[in-house]
Design a protein around this ligand. Structure first.
Ligand code: NAD
Length: 461
């Protein structure tokens, strides 16, 4: 017998489960179809496990460098297996929490692979489920690298690396994007030799170059090698290790390491889910175009998360999921992408929102820039961190906040304040007249806002 619901959500990641819970709380009968574990990539193989390992590696570094602060550790060592077990425990607990929330909201979770068989029907494990509305939230997977030897043992993607239970002796990372640089941070903080090969001239392309410079400088201090302009050619097994061949400045070079991480982007999971059958349009790269309410070209079918080709971020997926659920309930919801924070959990951390200086110039905008260095911030000095910067951009004529680019301790927490200010359409003057706590790292934002007028008290002009 066909089971009917008000809404079927296909995929239980941070977009899908948020949409399911929101719709259920608004009174809909909701089914969530998930073939794997609820929580998606972010919780099971992404954001959460990587940050758990990064936290452990940062603690190790703090302890190692603690002598100056009076913390003396003899016989300090890092137990990777323990760190990995703690990471798994955190993931398990959070996953249990998501399952409990779904249950509490009355969402029917169907543990199976689902596929559209019509615009209002999904087949999963031989059963057909029907609903007038369907939200597609099937996420993305690591892109494979079509190079010779890319499937040899020892060559992993982020899923594989997160399953390790012992520390590798050395790692080569292909791609200095967000994934590549976060793993490079992890391994360099554990004193594991790491080489990052990036085809473009800058690591973390698209991020403000000053914030990236703080990270690359810090990583190089930890003996990590970041080689930009490096085109990877292929891989070979050599003496129990992998040799990665790359071309840089016209010269062929190789680097030998126990493991190789491929971090060259992710692909949308839009194949074999019945899109053609239901008539859902995808673009040339396989992404599903949507409007502001996350509607696809087929009435009743919505798409959210990594499959929409917007920023591949958990919080974007969640915001899109809530938008779709609210739109379904007839609420005035519309997705905006102009103030999405993007955080990179390197050391120092990077947090960015809105336009970069280059983007503002490209749009012909007259932007003002206020800058303040982390090295002049007392709390950062107490944390033992001097690398980083805060940069605030505002439109010269109107004072509208256009963007912020931060590198420094804990800035991934601080960017939420700027997100709120931009959402509330605060001007640069309003930001500059706020009172921020002292001593705190957040003062770098206030000082950068003061610097827009050349009035930062703690900056030498
Ligand atoms: P990415 O697109 O951010 O970076 C991939 C990098 O690989 C690019 O810089 C590219 O130039 C480089 N590259 C591609 N082919 C190459 C080659 N043959 N040789 C050398 N370099 C090559 O992709 P990613 O880092 O895999 O991340 C995927 C997605 O996941 C991103 O959209 C990211 O936003 C998201 N993500 C976000 C976070 C976060 O927000 N903290 C963390 C992890 C992942």
């Amino acid at each position: 017998m066909m089971q009917s619901f008000d809404l079927i959500v296909l995929g239980g990641g941070p977009g899908g489960y948020a949409a399911a819970i929101r719709a259920a709380r608004r009174g809909s009968r909701v089914a969530l179809i998930e073939q794997d574990k609820v929580g998606g990539v972010c919780l099971n193989r992404g954001c959460i496990p990587t940050k758990a390992l990064l936290h452990a590696s940062a603690l190790y570094q703090h302890a190692k460098n603690g002598a100056e602060t009076g913390v003396l550790c003899d016989n300090l060592r890092f137990d990777y297996q323990k760190a990995a077990a703690r990471k798994d425990k955190i993931v398990d607990r959070l996953r249990g929490g998501v399952a409990a929330l779904l249950k509490g909201a009355g969402v029917t979770v169907i543990p199976a692979r689902g596929e559209l068989v019509s615009p209002h029907e999904v087949r999963a494990q031989g059963e057909v489920y029907t609903a007038p509305s369907i939200i597609l939230a099937t996420g993305s997977r690591p892109a494979a690298l079509p190079l010779p030897g890319a499937d040899l043992p020892g060559i992993l993607n982020s899923d594989g690396l997160l399953s390790l239970t012992a520390a590798p002796a050395s790692v080569t990372i292909v791609g200095a994007g967000v994934i590549g640089m976060e793993f490079a941070t992890l391994f360099s903080q554990l004193d594991i030799p790491v080489t990052v090969l990036e085809a473009l001239p800058q690591a973390l392309a698209g991020f403000d170059p000053d914030t990236v410079a703080a990270v690359t400088r810090s990583m190089q201090r930890q003996n990590a090698k970041i080689i930009t302009g490096a085109r990877v050619q292929g891989f070979e097994r050599k003496d129990q290790a992998v040799s990665t061949a790359y071309l840089v400045n016209g010269q062929e070079k190789t680097v030998l390491s126990e493991l190789v991480l491929i971090a060259t982007g992710r692909k949308p999971n839009t194949r074999d889910i019945g899109l053609e059958t239901a008539g859902v349009r995808v673009d040339a790269a396989g992404y599903i175009p949507t409007d502001e309410q996350m509607r696809t070209n087929v009435k009743g079918i919505y798409a959210i998360g990594d499959i929409t080709g917007k920023q591949q971020l958990a919080h974007v997926a969640t915001a899109q999921g809530l938008t779709a659920a609210d739109a379904l309930a007839g609420k005035p919801a519309a997705m905006r992408y102009d103030a999405v924070p993007v955080c990179v959990y390197t050391s120092p951390e990077i947090a960015a929102i809105g336009l970069t200086e280059e983007q503002a110039r490209g749009r012909g905008m007259k932007a003002r820039t206020g800058v303040f260095p982390v090295s002049a911030n007392g709390r950062s000095m107490i944390h033992g961190q001097s690398l980083g910067t805060a940069k605030i951009l505002s439109e010269a004529a109107t004072g509208e906040l256009l963007g912020a680019h931060l590198a420094g301790p804990g800035v991934t927490e601080l960017i939420a304040g700027i997100s709120l200010a931009m959402r509330a359409e605060a001007t640069d003057e309003e930001l500059a007249s706020a009172i921020f706590p002292h001593p705190s790292v957040s003062e770098i934002i206030l000082e950068a806002a003061h610097d827009l007028e050349g009035l930062s008290v703690h900056k030498l002009y």
